[in-house]
Design a protein around this ligand. Structure first.
Ligand SMILES: CC(C)(COP(=O)(O)OP(=O)(O)OC[C@H]1O[C@@H](n2cnc3c(N)ncnc32)[C@H](O)[C@@H]1OP(=O)(O)O)[C@@H](O)C(=O)NCCC(=O)NCCS
Length: 160
């Protein structure tokens, strides 16, 4: 594993796709499960860009759907790594809808996911450090440490 530190911008990812009828419920809105799938993919891509390793999803923090996204709109997912621990890392995924005809854009969800880096035998491996360059990045990473502690408590409560 190359442990050269990386910036958050090195992992920044934008995924854009049009919502098609096949993605939608009978009301013509994208399925929550489809959004969750895309969040997992957008988070994984950012983490792959940071680690250049195999990964598994360890946790997805609570998820809200603030607005519906309708067939014909664009769904946009923006992700980047927020904080790196030893073998795990946290990624933020913001989800937006964009009306194709007006350009009106709204945030519809925000999710924090944790991925764990593994080798081909499934053993956990160390991940490269995150270069923190701004006060905002420092704040986000500090908050990530608190989120991580809460997550591990929830995991322990589940018997994990
Ligand atoms: C995620 C997984 C690898 C963790 O294994 P584990 O034996 O509990 O590992 P450990 O307790 O040694 O933790 C390894 C790292 O993951 C972190 N971690 C483990 N479970 C976590 C959770 N639920 N939330 C946040 N971080 C978690 C630990 O804090 C530790 O981080 P660090 O090395 O950066 O300090 C294991 O539970 C697993 O394989 N789960 C299934 C993953 C999966 O199938 N995902 C869906 C498809 S990809």
């Amino acid at each position: 594993m190359d442990l050269t530190p990386k910036r958050a911008s090195d992992s920044a990812t934008e995924m854009v796709q049009v919502v098609l009828p096949n993605d939608a419920n009978p009301l013509g809105f994208i399925l929550g499960g489809t959004v969750m799938h895309l969040i997992d993919i957008a988070g994984a891509i950012a983490c792959h860009r940071h680690t250049r390793s195999l990964l598994v999803t360890a946790a997805v923090d609570d998820l809200q759907f603030l607005h519906s996204i309708k067939v014909g709109d664009l769904i946009i997912l923006e992700s980047h790594v927020t904080c790196v621990f030893t073998t795990s890392l946290e990624v933020l995924v913001d989800v937006f809808s964009e009306e194709t005809l007006t350009g009106r854009r709204q945030r519809t969800s925000r999710a924090f996911l944790t991925f764990v880096a593994i080798d081909r035998e499934g053993r956990r491996i160390q991940v490269p450090p995150l270069l923190i360059e701004t006060d905002e990045e420092r704040r986000v990473c500090k908050e990530a440490q608190a989120r991580r502690a809460a997550r591990l408590q929830r995991k322990a409560a589940l018997g994990g």
